[in-house]
Design a protein around this ligand. Sequence first.
Ligand SMILES: *[C@@H]1O[C@H](CO)[C@@H](O)[C@H](O)[C@H]1NC(C)=O
Ligand SMILES: *[C@@H]1O[C@H](CO)[C@@H](O)[C@H](O)[C@H]1NC(C)=O
Ligand SMILES: *[C@@H]1O[C@H](CO)[C@@H](O)[C@H](O)[C@H]1NC(C)=O
Ligand SMILES: *[C@@H]1O[C@H](CO)[C@@H](O)[C@H](O)[C@H]1NC(C)=O
Ligand SMILES: *[C@@H]1O[C@H](CO)[C@@H](O)[C@H](O)[C@H]1NC(C)=O
Ligand SMILES: *[C@@H]1O[C@H](CO)[C@@H](O)[C@H](O)[C@H]1NC(C)=O
Ligand SMILES: *[C@@H]1O[C@H](CO)[C@@H](O)[C@H](O)[C@H]1NC(C)=O
Ligand SMILES: *[C@@H]1O[C@H](CO)[C@@H](O)[C@H](O)[C@H]1NC(C)=O
Ligand SMILES: *[C@@H]1O[C@H](CO)[C@@H](O)[C@H](O)[C@H]1NC(C)=O
Length: 314
Amino acid sequence: MNERMVRGMSNLLGLCLLIMGMSLGSRASPGFYTNTSLQEVGIKGESAMLPCTFSSRTPSYNGTIVVIWRTKKAFLGPLIFQCSIMNSTSGNHSSNNCTEWDRETHRYRLVGDPRRYNLSLQIRNVAYDDKKFYYCRVELRNIRGESWTDKTGTNFTVVARPRIIRLTLSGNVSVGRSLECVVEGLPLPSITWVRPEKNEMPTPEETKYAEQDQIQSKLSVSQNGTYTCRAQNEYGQDAEELHVGEKPSETQRTIILLLLGLLLLLGLGIAAVIFMHRRYKEVADSSDSQTRHSRGKGPMNYFWSHGIEGKILM
Ligand SMILES: *[C@@H]1O[C@H](CO)[C@@H](O)[C@H](O)[C@H]1NC(C)=O
Ligand SMILES: *[C@@H]1O[C@H](CO)[C@@H](O)[C@H](O)[C@H]1NC(C)=O
Ligand SMILES: *[C@@H]1O[C@H](CO)[C@@H](O)[C@H](O)[C@H]1NC(C)=O
Ligand SMILES: *[C@@H]1O[C@H](CO)[C@@H](O)[C@H](O)[C@H]1NC(C)=O
Ligand SMILES: *[C@@H]1O[C@H](CO)[C@@H](O)[C@H](O)[C@H]1NC(C)=O
Ligand SMILES: *[C@@H]1O[C@H](CO)[C@@H](O)[C@H](O)[C@H]1NC(C)=O
Ligand SMILES: *[C@@H]1O[C@H](CO)[C@@H](O)[C@H](O)[C@H]1NC(C)=O
Ligand SMILES: *[C@@H]1O[C@H](CO)[C@@H](O)[C@H](O)[C@H]1NC(C)=O
Ligand SMILES: *[C@@H]1O[C@H](CO)[C@@H](O)[C@H](O)[C@H]1NC(C)=O
């Protein structure tokens, strides 16, 4: 009596769990799970990969595999990617669109092969907006209820390599001059200056911008010369230089360019002279030797001398 009640209750509990599982679209079947990483970092403007693999009870499932990626919430979040693939040996390629970019944004596709239990997603041209949680899901369509959603999700964060947006000089000698270097990067890069002054005073002033990823460094300038603004964070660095005052290297560059131009002209001239000389010789050769063609020189020689001969004969 007691035993039956317990069994009944456990059956009821089992049924409840089953219904709950089904309504959530996942079934806690042993040996069926997904494996993702908890944390991934993407670099702005580049490609990123969100790893996800799964394991299945069915050793070699040969039906349709549907892969779904959502953001924000595991089951109800916005669907960003969906594809299906047939795992048949006949290889029906028409039913595989997993390696295609999604139709809406053209930024998501699978780089993992679902047939090899790999659902890894690629995001290209990563932007700050992509900072979200991502959830993968797999459905083995031909087996009833065989589907699994990752519930923990991947916390995707976005960083940016440093990039110097501008380096400008303002003011003039009488009111004082200063350099401004505006840099983008996340985390905010540290800015260092390379300057001609022996005395490294005064220290630059830094201003953070409203944009979370931009910072400006302002340096007062007391001496002419080459200044370099260098920005660095853990994901990279960037540098730009500016010549303040006289521009010796600028004039040097022009002189070098001029010299190179002259050399090029000279070279061309010499080449032209040699070329003309050769042709002249050939024309002379062919006109005093009639057996020349049968000796079989290169085809170019043949056509050339032939043409000239025609002209000479006219
Ligand atoms: C999940 O993936 C990680 C990294 O690829 C791996 O070390 C770990 O063993 C995997 N866990 C399972 C249960 O497959
Ligand atoms: C797909 O088919 C291959 C070959 O039959 C098999 O080894 C593999 O386990 C199958 N993949 C899945 C996800 O069942
Ligand atoms: C999958 O394999 C089973 C037998 O192993 C076969 O009966 C079935 O037709 C196959 N399905 C597909 C879609 O190839
Ligand atoms: C290939 O898949 C498509 C779409 O699922 C289906 O219409 C077509 O009949 C399949 N072809 C073969 C040879 O299985
Ligand atoms: C693949 O095809 C399915 C069904 O037509 C569609 O819902 C899905 O958006 C497609 N996915 C891609 C990446 O093209
Ligand atoms: C899944 O596929 C991606 C892309 O090809 C690869 O980098 C990753 O190592 C694969 N994961 C596993 C566990 O094989
Ligand atoms: C996601 O990761 C970031 C960076 O590590 C962390 O600051 C943030 O708290 C994490 N979000 C959640 C909800 O855990
Ligand atoms: C320097 O700048 C100030 C303010 O912009 C201006 O009034 C002044 O005429 C400038 N002097 C020279 C020499 O250009
Ligand atoms: C720096 O260059 C400016 C012209 O750009 C010039 O007026 C000034 O005298 C120079 N200063 C020094 C210290 O050479």
